[in-house]
Design a protein around this ligand. Structure first.
Ligand code: C2E
Ligand code: MG
Ligand code: MG
Ligand code: MG
Length: 284
């Protein structure tokens, strides 16, 4: 409700709004502290070859080990991080951690294993984004071919000319580029042959449509057909059932990612997974 008429003219908060604001402020303070105290960590979700079950890539997903609230997920703090521009620092920390970790796996013999990292709009927008990224990789001698950055369609539509130059430069360095949540953004398909894209990631909302005896899979069919036509790699996200896996494999979708093969987990658990060198076992 509106509380009009304060002398200062600012007194129009509702009760819920002020609680929300207080909460938000404490979360913002906590997040700044988290960056200093290194409470952010990275979990890794396997990207699996649909025909052999081999792990071919790992997607880095940020987590926050909050001292009081426990393990927090991106939806709990990424919007605030974007708003407060703390996302820049957060992303640098994620990229740094994930690249250092992946470097160990690569040096340990997993030469072709790919690291997938999500980038925020603000990060890509930064004028020194490309230089900074390249410098960061060089600093730890990370092979650019083993990195795939994930951006959404919304990032692209932001400024197609500028993004095109940046992505071109990254691609020339050997870095791979994936479109995340493909088909859910606010975009035209026009960019697909104008940008150096390597991979489409089919959003989990479309994968969910794959159920036996229903025709909810038509969008997945269309995306996979288009990716084949454009000679793009394809990763299906949110694969949870053997029915979905079998369907995608038959369709020629080479890679899958989802709870069927397991959620994102800490590096120590990925060590065990990679140590076996065998196709990984589904958890369901
Ligand atoms: P995304 O990149 O599309 O990541 C996939 C999300 O789906 C992850 O959620 C993952 O845990 C979840 N997921 C994986 N398999 C399944 C499944 O089988 N079923 C279901 N229902 N969900 C599944 P998460 O980790 O909560 O991340 C959410 C989003 O936050 C990510 O979506 C990504 O856009 C963003 N994000 C995560 N980490 C980072 C980061 O380090 N930087 C930036 N800029 N964004 C990040
Ligand atoms: Mg992603
Ligand atoms: Mg996605
Ligand atoms: Mg997403």
């Amino acid at each position: 409700h509106v509380k009009a008429g304060g002398k200062d003219g600012y007194r129009f908060y509702s009760e819920t709004m002020s609680i929300g604001t207080a909460n938000r402020l404490s979360l913002e303070r906590d997040l700044r502290q988290a960056l200093v105290n290194k409470e952010l960590c990275v979990h890794y979700q396997p990207q699996v070859a649909s025909d052999t079950g081999q792990v071919v890539g790992l997607e880095a997903l940020v987590r926050w080990q909050h001292p009081e609230r426990g393990l927090l997920y991106p939806r709990d703090f990424l919007p605030l991080a974007e708003e407060t521009k703390l996302i820049t620092e957060l992303s640098e920390c994620v990229l740094d951690t994930a690249c250092q970790q992946m470097k160990q796996w690569i040096d340990g013999g997993h030469r072709t294993l790919r690291l997938a990292v999500n980038l925020s709009p603000l990060q890509v927008d930064h004028p020194r984004f490309v230089q900074n990224l390249i410098a960061q990789l060089r600093a730890i001698n990370f092979p650019p071919e083993n990195l795939e950055i994930e951006i959404t369609e919304n990032v692209i539509m932001n400024d197609l000319e500028q993004i095109s130059r940046k992505l071109q430069e990254l691609a020339e360095h050997g870095i791979r580029i994936a479109i995340d949540d493909f088909g859910t953004g606010y975009s035209s398909l026009n960019y697909l042959h104008r940008l150096p894209i390597h991979t489409l990631k089919v959003d989990q909302s479309f994968v969910r449509g794959i159920r036996s005896g229903e025709d909810g899979a038509c969008i997945v069919n269309a995306i996979v057909a288009m990716a084949h036509g454009l000679r793009l790699d394809i990763v299906a996200e949110g694969v949870e059932t053997d029915i979905q896996l079998a369907y995608l494999r038959n369709l020629g979708c080479q890679q899958v990612q989802g709870f069927f093969y397991g959620p994102a987990r800490p590096a120590s658990e990925i060590n065990e997974l990679l140590g076996t060198r065998a196709p990984i076992q589904a958890v369901v």
